[in-house]
Write a protein that binds this ligand. Structure first.
Ligand code: PLP
Length: 475
C-alpha cells in the first residue's frame, strides 16, 4: 500500500514514512492510493474478532512496512480493557429502538481522541526505535487533543511532547488532566494568549525548517493518516454490534469539527462496510453543514468562529475535508489543488453547487448534515436524561439532535459518543442542575500538584524554551 498527496505530488510513500509527517510536500493530505475492499467472507470472519484483532486486520490492509507479528503486538498492547475500561473497547448502548450510542470515550482522557492517539503513541515509539531517531511533538490545544496526546506519549522512549494551551482558559478539569502529569517527557506550556495564538506559534516554529530539522519537531494533528485509519476500526466494531448479518445497513451520526472522525466513516464506507448515511453534526460553527447543504465551502475568520458549549467542535475550517473532496471529484488532484490551494487562498471559499459532484455527496457518498445550537444541546441532554436515564455530553448531544433530524426509521442509527459529560460539567449543570458523575480515578484531580511553564505568546521565546529543554535532556 502506498500513499499519495491529494494535490498530485508525484512521490508515493509508505505507511511508516507518513507516520512521522503532517502535510505532503505540496500542501496536500496523504491518502491511500486505493481503498482496500472488504467482501462478505472477510466481514463474516471479522464479526467474531476482538477489537484488537479487528484493528490488526484493518491496519494490515494499510500497512506493509511493519512485520505482522509486531503490528499485532502493538494492537494488542493498545486496545486493552485496562486502558479502555471494557472488554468490547467500544461498547454500543441503545437509547431507544433504532438509536444507539457507540462509547468512544472510555479511554484515559474521556474523549474519543484516545482511540487513535493511544495507537499512534505505540506506533511512534516502535518506529522511532527502529530508526534510532527521536521526536519532539509540538502541539496547540484548547482541551481534548492535548490531553489525549500527552496520555498517549507519557513515558514513551524517544518522544517528548511540548503542548501549548491558552493560559487560564481551559476548564479546571482539563487543566488538571494535563498539568498533573509528572512525566519527564511531557512539557506543558501555558501561553499568555488565546488558542489561536498557540496555533500561530506552532505554525511559526514548524515554518522554520532549520529549527524543525535541528530539534526534530513533529506534530500529531488530526490530518495524520495513522490517526484516521485507527478511527476506521470502530465503525466496523459498532456495525457488528448493532447488526446480525452483513447484508444490513447502518447509519452513523458524528459530532464533527475538523472532519477527521467522520472522514474515517467515509473510508470505512469506501471499503465496503454497509453504511447507508453518514450524518455530519455541527454546532453553531457550521462550515460543514453549509458545505453539505449548499455545496459552498466557506472558511470562517476568527471573528466568525464562535465559542460554544461544544467547544471541541469550534472550528473555522475543516482540515480533513480535502480528503473527501478528492474522492468526490473522482480523485482529480489538479482540481483538488485548484480548490484548496488557489481558490481558498484567494477567495476564502469555493462553490460546487453547480457541479455534478454536488448531487453525489448525498446520493453516492451517503452524506447528510445538520446543525445544533446551545438550546438544542441543553434540551437534548435533558430529554436523554429524563427519558432514558443516561447522561450525554454536549458534543454527543449535537450528534443525537442531528441524528434525529436526518435518520431514516428503517435503518439503525449509531451516534458516536465523542466525550464523557464529566469533561463538561458546566453545561451539564446548566441543563440539569446537577453534577455529572466522574470516573473514580479522577477524584480530587484538581488538587494534585501542577507542572507547567507560563510563556508569553511569542514564537522566539517558545523556540528557546524548546531548545533549552531538548539540550538539557541530552547532556
Ligand atoms: C475533536 C472532537 C470532536 C471533533 O472531531 P473531528 O474529528 O475534528 O471532526 C468532537 N467532539 C469532541 C469531544 C472532540 O474532542
Amino acid at each position: 500500500m502506498h500513499y499519495i498527496s491529494t494535490r498530485g505530488h508525484p512521490e508515493r510513500r509508505s505507511f511508516c514514512d507518513i507516520l512521522l509527517e503532517g502535510l505532503a510536500p505540496d500542501g496536500g493530505l496523504y491518502v491511500p492510493e486505493t481503498y482496500p475492499l472488504v467482501d462478505e467472507a472477510m466481514l463474516d470472519r471479522w464479526r467474531g474478532l476482538s477489537y484488537a484483532d479487528l484493528a490488526f486486520e484493518i491496519l494490515s490492509l494499510y500497512t506493509d512496512d511493519i512485520p505482522p507479528a509486531d503490528l499485532k503486538r502493538i494492537c494488542e498492547q493498545t486496545y486493552t480493557r485496562q486502558i479502555f475500561g471494557t472488554r468490547e473497547i467500544v461498547p454500543v448502548r441503545q437509547l431507544e429502538s433504532g438509536l444507539h450510542v457507540a462509547e468512544l470515550s472510555n479511554g484515559p482522557t474521556l474523549a474519543f481522541k484516545d482511540m487513535a492517539m493511544q495507537l499512534l503513541g505505540n506506533l511512534l515509539e516502535y518506529e522511532l526505535a527502529r530508526r534510532r531517531e527521536e521526536l519532539n511533538i509540538l502541539g496547540a490545544t484548547s482541551g481534548d487533543t492535548g490531553s489525549a496526546a500527552e496520555y498517549a506519549m507519557r513515558g514513551k522512549t524517544g518522544i517528548r511532547v511540548f503542548m501549548m494551551s491558552p493560559h487560564g482558559r481551559m476548564s479546571a478539569f482539563q487543566q488538571a488532566q494535563m498539568f498533573s502529569l509528572q512525566d519527564e517527557n511531557i512539557q506543558n506550556i501555558a501561553i499568555e494568549g488565546v488558542f489561536d495564538d498557540c496555533q500561530d506559534i506552532v505554525k511559526a516554529v514548524s515554518g522554520d525548517a532549520e529549527f524543525k530539522r535541528r530539534h526534530r519537531i513533529g506534530a500529531v494533528n488530526s490530518i495524520n493518516w495513522a490517526r484516521l485509519v485507527a478511527q476506521v476500526v470502530y465503525y466496523f466494531s459498532a456495525y457488528f454490534q448493532v447488526t446480525e448479518e452483513n447484508s444490513s445497513q447502518v447509519d452513523f451520526a458524528v459530532p464533527s469539527g475538523n472532519f477527521g472522525n467522520v472522514c474515517a466513516g467515509h473510508v470505512a464506507r469506501m471499503m465496503g462496510l454497509p453504511i447507508s448515511r453518514l450524518v455530519v453534526a455541527t454546532n453553531e460553527n457550521d462550515v460543514l453543514d453549509e458545505f453539505f447543504q449548499t455545496g459552498v465551502y466557506r472558511v470562517r475568520g476568527r471573528a466568525d468562529t464562535y465559542e460554544t458549549s461544544s467547544p471541541s467542535m469550534d472550528i473555522s475550517k475543516a482540515s480533513n475535508l480535502e480528503r473527501f473532496v478528492f474522492d468526490l471529484l473522482g480523485r482529480d488532484a489538479s482540481r483538488t489543488k485548484a480548490l484548496f490551494d488557489d481558490e481558498l487562498r484567494e477567495r476564502g471559499s469555493f462553490d460546487l453547487s453547480g457541479d455534478p459532484a454536488f448531487a453525489q455527496m448525498a446520493a453516492r457518498f451517503g452524506f447528510r448534515s445538520g446543525r445544533s445550537t446551545h438550546a438544542d444541546r441543553l434540551e437534548t441532554i435533558r430529554d436523554t436524561w429524563q427519558r432514558f436515564n443516561t447522561l450525554i455530553d454536549p458534543h454527543t448531544a449535537d450528534g443525537v439532535k442531528v441524528a434525529r433530524m436526518r435518520g431514516a426509521p428503517e435503518i439503525p442509527m449509531v451516534v458516536l459518543e465523542t466525550a464523557l459529560p464529566a469533561k463538561f460539567a458546566g453545561t451539564i449543570r446548566e441543563a440539569l442542575g446537577r453534577e455529572p458523575d466522574r470516573p473514580q480515578r479522577f477524584d480530587g484531580i484538581e488538587d494534585l500538584p501542577k507542572r507547567f511553564e507560563v510563556l508569553p505568546a511569542d514564537a522566539k521565546t517558545v523556540k528557546s524554551y524548546i531548545a533549552r529543554t531538548v539540550q538539557g535532556a541530552a547532556c
